[in-house]
Design a protein around this ligand. Sequence first.
Ligand code: CMP
Ligand code: FE2
Length: 275
Amino acid sequence: MESLLNLPVAGGGQIRILQITDTHLFSGKNETLLGINTWMSYQAVIAAILAEQRQYDLIVATGDLAQDHSAQAYQHFVEGIAEIPAPCVWLPGNHDFQPAMFSSLLEAGISPAKQVFLGDNWQILLLDSQVFGVPHGELSDYQLDWLERKLAAEPERHTLLLLHHHPVPAGCSWLDQHSLRNAAELDNVLQKFPKVKTLVCGHIHQELDLDWNGRRMLATPSTCVQFKPHCSNFTLDTIEPGWRWLELHPNGEVTTEVCRLKGAVFNPDTASEGY
Ligand SMILES: Nc1ncnc2c1ncn2[C@@H]1O[C@@H]2COP(=O)(O)O[C@H]2[C@H]1O
Ligand SMILES: [Fe+2]
């Protein structure tokens, strides 16, 4: 688990990251979540990413990759991601089953590294905020200590911090009960490290770009169902599945954009009340 991935960066030092999140895949490729076939929407997202012809140095998968705990679901994830010519790293979400996730992804050559050096200026740290069996998140003392050690050991590097659960209210009260419960403890650690300016999460199935005590907190659409922003009760959105690219600049700045599929091909069952 302590393994470090050290990736060279070509050209002018710009680092190009692709974020894929909340694929919610099943063991069967015909299974659906709230009316959307998650394998088909994932495949459509991968095809759209390839059609854009952007180059990536790294893919980050930010949790809820499987919906049913099965090894096959993780193998389906690999089948899709293998089409994009870049290494991939991952972290778990509330729905993931880490024994199957770890071994299926490792067997496919996907590194379990939770620290990635990208050239000389940047690192990516991936946190595990899963509390097994419940939708909300929490960072264990081990995770918080690990984070502090990794940040303290690399004071010159800019750090992009990834975790599944949102540490700041998203504005949907039904989702905010499932947020990172001990965000204040994360904040305490990060206050010592002002070079951590950007956090990226998944989980809330919507695009978000908020300030969190002077840091930027980004959230990204799922590759399947979308949740409607600013709703108190569970509400699906009919906006298309998506993904995010990020460019990390040598001076610590981050450029980013969310992209979505075109055309209303994947229509969720808006009458459903949860899962
Ligand atoms: N109707 C609901 N009310 C509250 N939470 C829900 C509802 N339906 C699903 N959830 C949980 O909310 C979570 C938000 O995103 P997840 O994909 O992690 O998984 C979801 C479920 O665990
Ligand atoms: Fe989640």
